[in-house]
Design a binder for this molecule. Structure first.
Ligand SMILES: Nc1ncnc2c1ncn2[C@@H]1O[C@H](COP(=O)(O)OP(=O)(O)OP(=O)(O)O)[C@@H](O)[C@H]1O
Ligand SMILES: Nc1ncnc2c1ncn2[C@@H]1O[C@H](COP(=O)(O)OP(=O)(O)OP(=O)(O)O)[C@@H](O)[C@H]1O
Ligand SMILES: [Mg+2]
Ligand SMILES: [Mg+2]
Lengths: 229, 229
């Protein structure tokens, strides 16, 4: 479903080039639940942004569903992201002037497939799924860090995407709430066949994955399979 | 050193009052390393903000070094925070238009105790302490999530505060980097006698503390001592 081949990415800062990815290749099958781990600064966010079509590699190919993402037109790529990819950002990126419920509704408004009433109902459902039914009317500044993270997760699921990309989905959550979120994500993976690619620093959350990819200094250094797969 | 007595805090939202702290009392001795844990939304950030003089309780007393923080004048409180308290925010709160080094220097500029040359040298030292010597010239948007978190830690240490308050100091860090940061903090606690109060969701990071306070729905429900203390 997602194929990345020999991805290179450097950030240019004045005269300096900071290499973030130095030759990464990965093939993710439909329905896989894949964990990505590695030290701070090893290139995980950079890789997820490229996998999710939010950023371009300097070199290499990215195909999603057989389509080349890098050479795809702007509009087509935006449509792909809106319909097929749900992204949970490491820094949440919530809209500060909109309530939790409105933040979750936003991707549905952009897609335009549901009536206003159905959107509101679905937003409430998704918030309930992450334990925030009673926080629907709060603005991000009126939510705890872990509550903001959960709104970001609910929003990523808004358009029922085939692919869920989570750049830290549980970093601000206590263990119990973190397990509840991972249970929800695993259910979506097992019952609806959603493909999930997520970063975590917590080995207990990595345990939910079919396999774990280890990144170090911009290259993949290991891959652990779940022994019970 | 830090005494809080029967703290109550509610947030007012229109007609609704959201109770965040419902009667919390705590006495922290000079040189303690205290961990605060609890579910997402249980009131940890609210409590740390009150302990750090960044927010006021609705009811109850807060004294730091025998001085009542709530009735203290604005200017005196600002001075106390600048000189004695280093705060690591859950959302980092870095200045986006300043480099990592400038962010770390900022509290020193405000305090005005060091020369420009000494400030720069100290900022570089602190960044090296958290493994970011080669990222001094990067802006926050040019840093990974975990690197931003570490700049926030370095900045909290800028004025060599007697009290370090960390609202998640390792949530965006891989285990190895997380342990390195906690080693630095523990050294500051054991060798310089700094008082440390920190929130974590990771039991392995909680293990560094002399004792752990458990918060649930705005009240303290348990306190675990480190058996080897
Ligand atoms: N400005 C606000 N207005 C209304 N409610 C608020 C506001 N800030 C926080 N709250 C609520 O107060 C409660 C405590 O929030 P707090 O940020 O202290 O939790 P926390 O323990 O730090 O959680 P986390 O682990 O998720 O960071 C939460 O239920 C939150 O929704
Ligand atoms: N815009 C940028 N300009 C320059 N360098 C950058 C930029 N963004 C990221 N980097 C650098 O690229 C490297 C990879 O960053 P990335 O955000 O992918 O790391 P990460 O693995 O997600 O780390 P973390 O676990 O801390 O979130 C880092 O060393 C970082 O300093
Ligand atoms: Mg990252
Ligand atoms: Mg918090």
């Amino acid at each position: 479903l997602i194929r990345i081949e020999n991805i290179h990415k450097s950030y240019l800062m004045g005269k300096e080039a900071v290499p973030a990815l130095r030759g990464v290749s990965l093939a993710i099958e439909r329905g896989d639940m894949v964990c990505l781990m590695g030290p701070s600064g090893s290139g995980k966010t950079t890789l997820l942004n490229i996998v999710g079509g939010l950023d371009e590699p300097g070199r290499g190919h990215v195909t999603i569903d057989e389509e080349d993402v890098v050479s795809m037109g702007e509009e087509k790529l935006a449509r792909l992201r809106l319909e097929k990819i749900g992204f949970v950002f490491q820094t949440f990126n919530l809209l500060n002037n909109f309530t939790a419920e409105e933040n979750v509704e936003a991707p549905m408004v952009l897609l335009g497939a549901l009536s206003k009433r159905d959107r509101k109902a679905r937003a409430k459902e998704l918030l309930a799924l992450v334990g925030l039914a009673d926080r629907a009317e709060h603005f991000p500044s009126e939510l705890s860090g872990g509550q903001q993270q959960r709104v970001a997760i609910a929003r990523a699921l808004a358009n029922d995407p085939a692919i869920v990309i989570g750049d830290e989905m549980t970093g601000d959550l206590d263990s119990k709430t973190g397990f509840e979120v991972m249970d929800v994500v695993r259910t979506l993976n097992q019952e609806q066949g959603k493909t999930v690619v997520y970063v975590t620093h917590d080995p207990r959350m990595a345990a939910y994955a079919d396999y774990t990819i280890h990144l170090l200094d911009g290259v993949i250094v290991a891959r652990d399979e779940d022994p019970q797969r």
